[in-house]
Design a protein around this ligand. Structure first.
Ligand code: PFF
Length: 448
């Protein structure tokens, strides 16, 4: 977005925030954490956290952004002058930078798979897609160059601020992605032997839900909704004052849960039907997808289109991640903005190189069972985002000047207006306590 530009309409804002939210989180990460966390009950807890904590927090970030009309760091400064609260904005920038550093590695894999798909070299009957993924991610040149290509695309688009083009494209491409998911789901659910996978994904089995899994579900819900990094503060600052926030927030949450559900139901039944196991790891999607598409007529064509749409969804999330960092330093100056895009884009690319190399030459760098990539993911998803959520919740609950909050809130529907006191109470006491307890429990710091 160019400085001073605003979203063209309410739909434009919904598309942009849904574009930021829907990406690798729902499609790549979700099935992966479900597998790590033993399936079943995880989805239920994830939904609970998404609606119970993610949604109010998304609204909180929206309120900060729309009320101030400023990017994250200045927004906190505006609402709480002469305090240290603007550090929450800097924390968001750090979070988004590390997030983008490993996000772009996965983005790079999609680029590679997409290139293979258009050149017709991806789908071959009976191919071992596990081995293909291992080779792809282990090859240092491919990993780093594809990560670089993904970052380059992100930088070029954010530097140009082609917001309207993205909005227009989202209107066609996002429904296109959903449509292809439906095709995938139908194929997955008609494969013989799929029911075991369906049970694995949907039948809650709380005995398999470890304390870590609870934390993963919490982190996953924040990651998916893009909350905790103040990214949505910056996005909603481009919104006109009189636009309501409740509907966009609900749409983003609803679309996200739906996408996660679709990803799960496309992956797990097929996985079991094709005789694979839900092994944890970042390769899950890249191993399963080609195997399912191979079972479809015109599979090569379908997977090419799917990967193109998936790449688009991933890029729109990456744009929002770079946007928060750049907006904080651009100070509304278009020329400076361009420079900042290249500067921070390059820094983030370099920051991501160790993650890109984690599956090949860097695979020996393992500490407590995690490589660099997994540590970056863990630190962001399960530590930095929950910390950001905690601080934003406390900030809006206690520090957001009450008259301004009331004024912001008054544009919402009549029933919502009545709920302000309850909302503030939740932000002050309920949400922070849950986040802290789940975090401590997940780290095994609690005696229970
Ligand atoms: N929500 C994005 C996804 O699920 O792919 C990732 C993300 C974007 C997280 C922006 C946080 C953020 F600020």
């Amino acid at each position: 977005m160019k400085s001073g530009e605003q979203w063209t309409s309410r739909l434009g804002f919904i598309l942009a925030s849904a574009g930021s939210a829907i990406g690798l989180g729902a499609i790549w990460k979700f099935p992966n954490v479900v597998a790590t966390s033993g399936g079943g009950a995880f989805f239920l807890v994830f939904i609970l956290f998404t609606f119970g904590i993610g949604l109010p927090l998304l609204l909180a970030e929206f309120l900060i952004g729309r009320s101030t009309g400023k990017e994250a760091v200045s927004a906190y400064r505006d609402l709480a002058p002469n305090s240290r609260w603007h550090w929450v904005g800097y924390l968001g920038m750090a979070t988004c930078s590390i997030l983008l550093s490993f996000y772009s590695v996965v983005g790079g894999w999609i680029v590679l798979y997409f290139i293979r798909a258009i050149t017709g070299s991806l789908l071959t009957a009976g191919r071992d897609y596990g081995a293909l993924f291992d080779q792809t991610s282990a090859n240092p040149w491919e990993a780093v160059l594809s990560q670089g290509a993904f970052m380059l695309l992100t930088i070029v688009v954010v530097a140009r601020g082609v917001k309207q083009g993205i909005e227009k494209a989202s209107r066609i491409l996002m429904p296109g992605l959903f449509l292809l998911f439906v095709v995938l789901i139908i194929r997955s659910l008609t494969l013989p032997g799929m029911s075991e996978g369906l049970v694995y994904f949907l039948k809650p089995d709380f005995s398999r839900l470890s304390s870590e899994a609870l934390l993963y579900a919490l982190g996953q819900s924040f990651f998916c909704l893009s909350v905790g990094g103040s990214c949505m503060v910056t996005y909603s600052s481009y919104l006109q004052k009189n636009e309501p926030l409740g509907k966009p927030a609900l749409s983003v949450v609803g679309l996200n849960v739906m996408t996660s559900f679709m990803a799960g139901i496309a992956i797990f039944p097929a996985l079991f039907a094709l005789g694979m196991k839900p092994v944890e790891g970042p390769g899950l999607l890249f191993v399963t997808l080609p195997a399912v598409f191979e079972q479809l007529p015109y599979g090569s064509l379908f997977i090419t289109v799917f990967l193109a749409l998936f790449l688009f969804a991933t890029l729109t999330s990456a744009f929002s991640l770079l946007e928060i960092v750049v907006a904080a330093f651009a100070h509304g100056d278009a020329a400076r903005r361009k420079k900042m895009c290249w500067l921070f884009g390059t820094i983030i690319f370099m920051l991501g190189i160790p993650s890109a190399l984690s599956f090949g030459v860097g695979s020996d760098f393992v500490w407590l069972g995690r490589n660099v990539f997994a540590w970056a993911d863990f630190a962001v998803t399960n530590v930095m985002l929950p910390l950001g959520v905690l601080l934003i919740s406390v900030f809006v609950g206690f520090r957001f000047p009450r008259e301004r909050l009331q004024a912001e809130w008054s544009g919402e529907s009549a029933w919502a207006r009545k709920g302000l006191a309850l909302y503030v109470f939740m932000l002050r006491f309920v949400l922070p306590v849950i986040v802290v307890l789940v975090f401590m429990h997940g780290m095994n710091w609690l005696p229970i």
